[in-house]
Design a protein around this ligand. Structure first.
Ligand code: C2E
Ligand code: MG
Ligand code: MG
Length: 755
């Protein structure tokens, strides 16, 4: 409401300003007339009220008040004086323009940070250029007509020169990224009218043109009233804030203005002849000063260019968050260190530092906390190393330290330990203290190996991975065997990708028996990879890689299909009873695949196996990593009729509450317990407890890895009715299954005799 009122009053005042000026000019009023008083007192009042109500930038209010004060004083003194122009009047006018230059510069400075000197030089060039024209067309011809003293002439000329700088600064301000608003327009108009007043006045004084003093003053009074009006507007508060940043437009405008101000006087100087020796002197001095200003501007531009280039190069080689060198620069440093270590006893050490679990910190606490942590890590690393060492941030949460002064691997490790120590203290976060740890890989340059910088960094990286898999928050020193395992892994990764297409995968089957009846009640399908040229690869070696790379998804779905087709054909050919089950191992990654349930139901449909005959074996880890997603997949599978078994039970970290939440129909007791069950009382108690728990959950129990008869007998006494293991049969090829089933179920076989 109040804001609206202020806006209305401001516009009324601006419109009133025009009327006031017109009235003053037409009535040829004096400087003590009502119109003059309204303009001056009103403007001051508006500046005071506006400053209290809208809090505009201090410099704007002071500049406006100062200019109004000195100009109105000059107007009054001039009107009172009878002896023509006095130096005081001229000095006051000069002061008003100088005040405007200072005020405008202060405002411009906020906008053009770092460019103030350039703007000032541009201003001087424009001012001087305009001054040359003013001298040739206004001052010089009128010198003969007036009887001004040289001092007054000099001050008047200076005022005109400075007024030209005001004009230039005003243009810079208006053409730059000023937010367009009513106060900007009012003030711009006000300054322009003030300038018009000064030029008109010099025309009156110098030439024979006939203009009333009150007409000149009218333009000043309109300027005052407009300035006052701008202060009443609420937007005066934002007068020095820019609109959307435009960086090229104001530059172009400035360039054009400066060029014109340079060329125009040169042309005029070239085509006009000096009238007398004073004229020649003034022209010569002006041209020399102008040339000096242009030279200064060129120097500034060249310097600015150099610094810009410097910044660009620096930005390309440093990390913007921490200000540390980046990967490219670090590699250069390492290369230099290796080169210069040849002839000395020094062997550069490269540490590869990866912040542990940074991704989860970033995801859970937000990116700004993540950035704060990285900055703090950078600071601690920089403090922990010796002045000769360098630290770089080469990617997200990865830092590299280079110390070229080390002379033995022991010293390298000591350095790494110092860094682990440096990170030990908690870091201050928004929600309290945070403990950040890191895994560090250490690589030490051995001169005989002729390693490149890339190699050395790669070695440190490889060692860092070893530190991660050793449980994080620790150090690993690189050795050649690591390189082998990395190459091997990479090799497996690529070959595995093609394994399915090349039919290199097959399933072997391990029978699961009913201990009491001595019959095969099911099979567990286990994957084998007959890798071309490398023999049969164990799933222990390739399943983890397949899980990491995601290849397990197509591999796993192939396994389900193949196992069910196999079961179908065995049932059809009478190898096993129609109710025999098929267990297939499933990784967490597969459960997270949105297509998984469809894949399973399609496999059931195409094989014609009833869902109750399919057991999917998952490990406890499934319940821990992203349990909600896994839970929903398992529930939908259960709804199909498929059954779920917990594999390797007892080796994971699942809690009773999770077990109770998950739909589980079978628990497979891990081989580790079965191994000692007949010899160790404590293990026996654990197995007994597991069986009791499974019973309470309404789940079946299968003992895995039964290798001798005593184990089987103990399990039987503990009320465990199902088992699998080498004692009964190892996993066998498809064509061996009929024979193995027959031999297990043979009444004369060991199983029947044992039971
Ligand atoms: P698992 O599911 O616990 O499979 C049982 C493992 O124990 C098999 O090893 C089997 O050969 C072995 N085993 C069976 N009886 C005995 C015994 O009496 N003594 C000993 N020492 N070992 C026995 P395998 O075939 O090497 O499989 C290892 C693991 O690889 C499996 O453990 C399973 O977790 C995974 N795996 C195998 N095939 C697949 C698959 O198709 N998909 C997925 N996701 N994982 C699979
Ligand atoms: Mg299994
Ligand atoms: Mg198992």
């Amino acid at each position: 409401m109040l804001r609206r009122a202020f806006i209305a009053v401001s516009w009324l005042a601006a419109l009133g300003a025009g009327a006031l000026g017109a009235l003053h000019g037409i009535t040829q009023a004096s400087t003590t007339s009502t119109t003059a008083l309204i303009a001056v007192v009103g403007a001051f009042g508006a500046i005071v009220i506006g400053s209290i109500a809208h809090k505009p930038p201090f410099v704007v209010a002071v500049t406006a008040a100062f200019s109004i004060l000195v100009i109105s004083a000059s107007r009054h003194i001039e009107a009172q004086s009878t002896s023509g122009t006095s130096p005081i009047v001229e000095l006051l006018l000069l002061a008003s323009q100088a005040g405007l230059v200072v005020g405008l510069l202060l405002i411009v400075r906020r906008r053009l940070i770092g460019q103030l000197a350039n703007v000032l030089t541009d201003g001087i060039i424009v001012g001087l250029g305009a001054w040359v024209l003013v001298w040739i067309f206004l001052i010089q011809p009128s010198l003969a007509l007036t009887n001004n003293t040289p001092a007054i002439t000099a001050i008047q000329s200076a005022t005109l020169g400075v007024a030209m700088i005001v004009l230039f600064l005003l243009a810079t301000l208006l053409f730059s990224n000023t937010a367009p608003s009513a106060p900007v327009a009012f003030l711009g108009l006000s300054v322009s009218l003030g300038l018009a007043g000064i030029i008109l006045r010099s025309v009156i004084v110098r030439s024979d043109a006939y203009l009333f003093a009150s007409t000149v003053n009218a333009s000043f009074f309109i300027a005052f009233a407009l300035a006052g009006a701008s202060f009443l507007h609420p937007n005066i508060r934002h007068i020095d804030s820019g609109a959307i940043s435009r960086s090229t437009a104001p530059l172009m405008t400035r360039l054009m203005t400066t060029t014109v101000s340079l060329i125009a006087p040169i042309i005029v100087l070239a085509i006009t002849d000096p009238h007398d020796s004073t004229d020649r002197g003034v022209r010569t001095v002006s041209v020399i000063v102008l040339a000096a200003a242009v030279m200064l501007r060129v120097i500034q531009s060249v310097r600015l260019n150099a610094t810009t280039q410097d910044t660009l190069v620096r930005n390309a080689l440093t990390d913007s968050l921490t200000g540390l060198p980046n990967r490219i620069l670090m590699l250069e440093h390492i290369e230099k260190a290796i080169q210069s270590s040849w002839k000395t006893t020094q062997r550069p050490t490269v540490l590869f530092i990866d912040v542990d679990r940074f991704k989860s910190i970033n995801d859970s606490l937000g990116h700004s906390t993540g950035d704060a942590i990285l900055t703090e890590v950078a600071r601690r690393l920089s403090n922990a190393i010796s002045p000769q060492a360098t630290v770089a941030r080469i990617a997200g949460d990865e830092f590299v330290v280079l110390d070229s002064t080390t002379e033995s691997p022991t010293q390298s490790v000591v350095l790494a330990e110092r860094i682990l120590d440096a990170l030990r203290d908690p870091m201050k976060g928004n929600g309290g203290d945070m403990f950040v740890t890191a895994s560090i890989g250490v690589a030490y340059a051995v001169p005989t190996l002729r390693l490149s910088a890339e190699d050395l960094m790669q070695h440190a990286d490889t060692a860092m991975y070893r530190a991660k898999s050793a449980g994080r928050n620790c150090i690993a020193l690189f050795d050649d065997s690591m390189l082998e395992s990395v190459t091997k892994r990479l090799d497996v990764e690529t070959a595995l990708y093609r394994a399915l297409e090349r039919n290199e995968l097959r399933l072997v089957h391990q029978p699961i028996v009913d201990i009491d009846l001595g019959i095969v009640i099911g099979f567990e399908a286990l994957m084998r990879w007959d890798r071309t040229g490398a023999g049969t690869v164990s799933p222990i070696d390739f399943i983890p890689i397949a899980e990491e790379t995601g290849t397990i998804v197509p591999l796993g779905s192939w396994a389900i299909n193949d196992a069910l087709q196999q079961l179908r054909s065995w049932v059809d050919t009478g190898v096993c009873s129609p109710s025999t089950t098929m267990s297939v191992n499933v990784s967490a990654r597969q459960l997270h695949d949105p297509e998984f349930v469809t894949i399973v139901s399609n496999a059931l449909e195409s094989s014609g196996v009833s869902p109750e005959q399919l057991w999917l074996e998952v490990t406890e880890s499934v319940m821990i990593t992203e349990p909600t997603q896994a839970l929903s997949a398992l529930r939908r599978l259960n709804a199909l009729g498929v059954r779920i078994a917990i594999d390797d039970f007892g080796t994971g970290y699942s809690s009773l509450s999770l077990l109770q939440k998950f739909p589980i129909q079978c628990i497979k007791i891990d081989r580790a317990f079965v191994n000692d069950v007949s010899t160790d009382q404590a293990t026996q108690n654990i197995v007994r407890t597991i069986i009791a728990m499974a019973e309470a959950m309404g789940a079946d129990v299968v003992a895995e890895g039964v290798e001798d008869k005593s184990q089987l007998q103990t399990l039987k006494t503990l009320d465990c009715h199902r088992a699998q293991g080498y004692l009964i049969s190892p996993p066998v090829d498809v064509h061996d299954v009929p024979r193995v089933v027959r031999s297990i179920e043979d009444p004369d076989s060991w199983v029947s005799t044992t039971i």
